[in-house]
Design a protein around this ligand. Structure first.
Ligand code: PLP
Length: 412
């Protein structure tokens, strides 16, 4: 039952098995942070872990730490730690580079595995996915086609029989719509296409089962729900069955079969390591380690149940305040965010700014979406209640109409 009073929310918090994890994060006093779907909160252990890496591993260990502190293997050991969060085997995930770079690597590898020449993308996908698909297509002589993945166009486009690779976001960055990974992957395979999944809004947000879904490739960032900090390295998944055949375009020495032979000829490593390119920013990787320590204590089923309870509550309160949403009401189609539609043209951005001024932090996605992310590791039901109350007041009183809330910053 969705709570209808703040007291009921407090009772849910008192019984919440995930509640102790909130103490593992630094959260500014008085703030309700609903933007963990853009940049996750700082785990308390992160500064200490980074300091340890700087002072002990780098300062004292120096170059010896490539072996002694496991620096060389970090992309693989971190990948193995992310694997359970996305339903992958420990030997199917590596961490390194950014999401866009890894999208490029997986897309080109998948295109090279097919004798077809169409990348099927989604019209409303996050722009980097569209741009990278364009680049991967032009490199391989393919073309990009775009469809609405939530309509009949997807099945029709796959049925055309010329799609080499389908690139989809598992959870849409704007609406928060979650796609049926297993069903879509099956359909794509039936029509001879491979699938690359973008998990930026899924990893740590919803249960993901890459292996069970038969997914071919996937990428995801670690700075949102995985709380590894701004610009933290992304992860790349390649199904084991594709390792031997996959040829990624950024062939570098970290992906070589025997990098310390310093051979002049490239020979890809036999496993998922072939997707690595060069040296990684290991200080950023240290932050990821600290955040994964928190995730190791979180049960994904509990995270999902709490996420749905919180998004239900926020959707309920928003509807009661007369604000509509483009986030699916159906649990099976919802990620861990709520996207509300601006109540009148041009109101979305200033409403979000007015909320931020009150300490309720969400964001705005052009042209008209107010986006609120729900992160069960550090949010309470009372926070959700308070945020919805603030939203109601900002809209009802017209507080957002103050001129200062319309001043645009570069990042919205
Ligand atoms: C679906 C999706 N893909 C990719 C990205 C970002 O890519 P990168 O990490 O390379 O900046 C985002 C960022 O919000 C995203 O939402």
């Amino acid at each position: 039952m969705t709570p209808t009073t703040r007291e009921e929310c407090a009772a849910l918090d008192a019984a919440d098995p995930l509640a102790p994890l909130r103490d593992e994060f630094v959260l500014p006093e008085g703030m309700v942070y609903l933007d963990g779907n853009s940049l996750g909160a700082l785990p308390r252990a992160t500064p200490g872990r980074i300091a340890d890496m700087v002072e002990r591993e780098w300062g004292q260990g120096l170059v010896r730490s490539w072996n002694d502190a496991g620096w060389w293997d970090k992309p693989r050991t971190l990948g193995a730690r992310i694997a359970p969060l996305v339903g992958a085997g420990p030997d199917e995930v590596v961490v390194g580079d950014g999401t866009s770079a890894n999208l490029f690597k997986t897309l080109v590898a998948a295109l090279r595995m097919s004798d077809r020449s169409v990348v099927l993308g989604e019209a409303g996908n996050f722009p980097t996915d569209l741009y990278v698909a364009e680049g991967a297509a032009s490199l391989t002589g393919a073309v990009q086609r775009r469809v609405d993945p939530d309509g009949p166009g997807l099945a029709e486009a796959l049925a055309a029989g010329d799609v080499a690779v389908l690139l989809l976001s598992h959870v849409d960055y704007r609406s928060g719509t979650m796609r049926d990974m297993a069903g879509i992957t099956r359909l794509a395979h039936e029509h001879g296409a491979l699938v690359v999944w973008d998990l930026c809004h899924s990893a740590g947000a919803v249960p993901v089962d890459l292996s069970g879904s038969g997914a071919d490739f996937a990428v995801g960032c670690t700075y949102k729900y995985l709380n590894a900090g701004p610009g933290s390295p992304s992860f790349l998944y390649a199904a084991r069955r594709h390792h031997a055949a996959a040829e990624q375009p950024l062939s570098g020495w970290h992906g070589h079969a025997r990098p310390f032979e310093f051979s002049a000829d490239y020979e890809p490593a036999p496993g998922v390591s072939r997707f690595l390119s060069g040296s990684q920013p290991l200080l950023a990787a240290a932050a990821l380690e600290a955040s994964l320590d928190v995730w190791a204590r979180a049960d994904m089923a509990l995270v999902r149940a709490k996420s749905l309870a919180m998004t239900d509550l926020f959707l309920d309160r928003a509807a009661a305040a007369g604000i509509s949403s483009i986030t699916p009401a159906e649990h099976g189609r919802r990620g861990s965010q709520v996207a509300l539609v601006e109540p009148e043209e041009g109101a979305g951005y200033p409403i979000v700014q007015a909320l931020i001024a009150r300490g309720v932090v969400g964001d705005f996605r052009a042209p008209d979406v107010m986006r609120f992310g729900f992160t069960p590791l550090y949010l309470r039901h009372v926070d959700v209640w308070d945020a919805a109350e603030a939203l109601r007041e900002v809209v009802e009183t017209g507080e957002w109409r103050q001129e200062r809330f319309s001043l645009r910053s570069e990042v919205t």
